[in-house]
Design a protein around this ligand. Structure first.
Ligand SMILES: Cc1cc2nc3c(=O)[nH]c(=O)nc-3n(C[C@H](O)[C@H](O)[C@H](O)COP(=O)(O)OP(=O)(O)OC[C@H]3O[C@@H](n4cnc5c(N)ncnc54)[C@H](O)[C@@H]3O)c2cc1C
Ligand code: FES
Length: 297
C-alpha cells in the first residue's frame, strides 16, 4: 500500500467490497459486535477510521460505523453498534455467511505525538469502538513508550468481559473498580463510569473520573498528557472544556448524519475555527477526528 498523501489521506485508500459476515454477536441492550471479511479495509484502517455499510439489500442508504478492531493478516474488520432506527435494526438481522457491502476505511484517524506519551483515552456510548482500536494499537506502536489510561462511560452494560481486580490507577476513587478485561490483558489500565448504577463503575461522568486522575498526577506527567475522545456531543463538549482547562492537546471524533461518506455531498459539514478563520469541514473525509479546540459546538 502506498503511503497516504497527508493533504488527501483518503485518496486511494477507501476500498469497496462485498464482505462476508464472519460473526455477529448480540449483547445486552441491543448492542452487537459484527465481524466481516474485508481484507483491503482491514489493511488500511487506522484508529479513528470508519466504514460505510449496507444494512440490508432493500435499504439503499448505507450507515457509518467506527472500526473497533482489525486483523490485517486474517483480513477481518470488527464493529460495535447499538440499534437505534431501522437501518441498524436491519443490520442486526444479518447472519454469518451473509454478505454486505463495506466501503472503507474512511476518514482521518487519530494522530499521536511522541512528545505526549501519556494518553488519556475517553470513550462514551457508541464512541467506545474507536477508543478501543486506538488503545489496542498502542501495544504494537514502537514510536514512544505510550502510557495510556482508558476511561469509558456507558449507561448500558459494557459488551466486554469486565476485570474486577484490575491494575491500580493513581488518583481514581474506589468506586471505580471495574475495568475492561481485553485491555487488562494487554497491560493497559482502564476504568468505567456510568449514571445507571452498573456494578464497579464510577457513579458520574467519564470527564469527572478523568479529572480525579489529572489532579493526582504531577505537573511534569500532566505536561505529557494528550486527550483523545469519541462519544455523544454533550460528552465531547465536556471533554473540550476539560482539555482547555488543563491546557492539554485534545482530538475528538465527531458524528454527523452522512449520505455519501466520501466527501461528495457536503451533507456532513460542520463549522470549524482554525487560526481564527471560520470554515466548513466535512466530517467524513476532513474528520471524523478534529482538534478539539477547532470545533464549534
Ligand atoms: C463516523 C461515524 C461513526 C459512527 N460509529 C458508530 C459506531 O461505532 N457504533 C454505533 O452504534 N453507531 C455509530 N455511529 C452512529 C450510527 O451511524 C447511527 O446511529 C446510524 O446511522 C443510525 O441509523 P439507523 O437507521 O439505525 O437510525 P435512523 O435514525 O433510523 O437513521 C435514519 C437516517 O439518519 C442517519 N443517522 C441517524 N443517526 C445518525 C448519526 N448519529 N450519525 C450519522 N447518521 C445518522 C442514518 O444514516 C439514516 O440515513 C457512527 C456515526 C458516524 C458518523
Ligand atoms: S457525507 Fe457526503 S460529504 Fe460527507
Amino acid at each position: 500500500m502506498n503511503a497516504p498523501d497527508p493533504a488527501r489521506p483518503h485518496r486511494g485508500t477507501i476500498h469497496l467490497c462485498d464482505a462476508e459476515v464472519l460473526a455477529h454477536e448480540g449483547h445486552a441492550a441491543d448492542q452487537y459486535i459484527l465481524r466481516v471479511h474485508a481484507p483491503a479495509c482491514a489493511a488500511a484502517a487506522r484508529p479513528g477510521s470508519f466504514a460505510h455499510l449496507t444494512c440490508d439489500d432493500e435499504l439503499p442508504m448505507r450507515r457509518p460505523l467506527s472500526i473497533m478492531r482489525v486483523d490485517a493478516e486474517a483480513g477481518w474488520v470488527e464493529f460495535l453498534y447499538k440499534t437505534h432506527g431501522h437501518g441498524l435494526t436491519r443490520l442486526s438481522r444479518r447472519r454469518p455467511g451473509d454478505y454486505l457491502s463495506v466501503l472503507g476505511p474512511i476518514g482521518r484517524p487519530f494522530r499521536l505525538d511522541p512528545a505526549h506519551p501519556n494518553l488519556l483515552l475517553l470513550g462514551g456510548g457508541v464512541g467506545i469502538p474507536p477508543m478501543l482500536f486506538l488503545a489496542e494499537s498502542l501495544a504494537e506502536d514502537q514510536r514512544a513508550d505510550w502510557q495510556p489510561l482508558v476511561l469509558m462511560g456507558s449507561e448500558i452494560p459494557f459488551p466486554f468481559d469486565i476485570a474486577q481486580r484490575p491494575r491500580p490507577v493513581v488518583g481514581l476513587p474506589g468506586t471505580a473498580s471495574a475495568a475492561l478485561q481485553p485491555l487488562e490483558n494487554l497491560g493497559i489500565p482502564s476504568r468505567l463510569s456510568t449514571l445507571a448504577g452498573l456494578p464497579g463503575c464510577y457513579p458520574g461522568y467519564v470527564t469527572d473520573l478523568a479529572r480525579h486522575w489529572l489532579d493526582a498526577i504531577s505537573p511534569a506527567e500532566r505536561a505529557q498528557v494528550a486527550v483523545h475522545a469519541c462519544g455523544p456531543t454533550p460528552m465531547l463538549r465536556a471533554v473540550q472544556a476539560l482539555a482547555a482547562e488543563y491546557a492539554l492537546p485534545c482530538q475528538i471524533s465527531l458524528e454527523e448524519y452522512m449520505a455519501c461518506a466520501v466527501g461528495g455531498c457536503a451533507g456532513c459539514a460542520v463549522e470549524i475555527v482554525r487560526d481564527g478563520l471560520r470554515q466548513m469541514k466535512r466530517v467524513c473525509v476532513d474528520g471524523p477526528v478534529f482538534e478539539a479546540s477547532d470545533v464549534c459546538f
